[in-house]
Design a protein around this ligand. Structure first.
Ligand code: P6P
Length: 335
């Protein structure tokens, strides 16, 4: 396959769409530059004394790892200068970040988790940056209002992630399929490696942290148990995999099929995962790749966030596997 860069792919293979103005391509360029910068630091994490926690706790109530802080600062610094944004929201920041008049601004809003699964850094396991791109409502000018940002996921104009693993990959959709690019460190470019990614209609892997099953309601217990007792398409049992980084568990699901589950818990009735910076971007990708994403009852992309850091239960992956869960939840809804 000839070396096709992200920019070339977008310009040549994405039919001209409203966001194909220079602004959107510029946004992606700086997002990619941020990813390369974070990748460079992560690959040296053990050497640059950036392992471990900072002793702080973030807005999510989670211990902040040093790389979280570095990745967050890189994203904010780079993206407030990209000229395409009017506002940003980071999983690491309690409040909306409005791009100030000292920077060139545009009509896009970027929602991101700078380093998902960061507790894996110290054990040298995959982590990733997840991003979601919204447009400011037409006609809105002046200071960005929070209600301009709290949009349902179907309003996304782009979404993706950068996975820092054995290789660094960018997986991206702008609404015309899902495309994977692998970083060639030799040239410092992400090159098209996985064109038009599709999730298999049914998989053979389920991914959930069963250590918390005591906190699940009956619907969640029955949904997970379905994958303990059902054979997959090849007549074999489902296999269990759980990396502990959503971005890595999702990437495997995108490639191999199956389902990732994070049910609500009695102690976390809204679930753990963030709707806007985790569930929505991955749900956008899942649907673009022929899969599904649900909270058990509602399509993730239809959920209206009531606050920046709204949380949601998440069942995401192969269409047939997510539908099996939805049938179980529907049964309990009727009961
Ligand atoms: P648990 C990481 O903190 C994260 O947000 C996801 O990346 C990951 O899938 C999940 O939480 C892991 O949560 O409760 O199983 O440790």
């Amino acid at each position: 396959m000839a070396d096709i860069t992200v920019t070339e792919h977008l310009l040549l293979h994405q039919k001209r769409t409203p966001q194909a103005t220079g602004q959107f391509t510029g946004l992606l360029y700086d997002l990619i530059l941020s990813g390369k910068s974070i990748a460079r630091r992560i690959n040296k994490a053990g050497l640059l004394d950036i392992l471990g926690g900072t002793g702080e706790v973030n807005v999510q109530g989670e211990d902040v790892q040093k790389m979280d802080t570095i990745a967050n600062r890189i994203m904010i610094y780079r993206m407030e200068r990209c000229g395409a944004l009017c506002a940003m929201s980071s999983e690491e920041e309690a409040d909306l970040i409005r791009v100030g008049p000292e920077f060139p601004r545009g009509d896009y809003i970027l929602i991101f988790d700078p380093l998902d699964g960061s507790s894996n850094i110290d054990i040298n396991v995959d982590v990733g940056t997840i991003f979601s791109i919204l447009r400011r409502p037409a006609g809105e000018k002046g200071e960005v209002r929070i209600e301009d940002v709290l949009q349902p996921g179907y309003q996304q104009v782009g979404a993706g992630y950068i996975l820092y693993g054995p290789s660094t990959m960018l997986v991206l959709s702008t609404g015309q399929g899902v495309h994977g690019f692998t970083l060639d460190p030799g040239v410092g470019e992400f090159l098209l490696s996985h064109p038009d990614m599709k999730i298999p209609e049914q998989g053979y892997i389920f991914s959930v942290n069963e250590g918390y099953s005591r906190y699940w309601d009956d619907a969640a217990k029955e949904a997970v148990n379905w994958f303990h007792t059902t054979e997959s398409f090849d007549g074999k049992p489902y296999s269990a995999r759980y990396v502990g980084a959503l971005v890595a568990d999702f990437h495997r699901t995108l490639l191999r099929g199956g389902i990732y589950m994070y049910p609500a818990e009695k102690r976390k009735p809204e679930g753990k995962l963030r709707l806007m910076c985790e569930a929505n971007p991955l749900a956008f990708l899942a649907e673009q790749a022929g899969g599904k994403a649900s909270d058990g009852k509602t399509r993730i992309l239809d959920k209206l966030p009531n606050k920046l850091h709204a949380r949601t239960p998440l069942f995401i992956g192969s269409k047939k596997d997510v539908e099996a869960v939805e049938r179980i939840y529907a049964k309990y809804e009727k009961a």
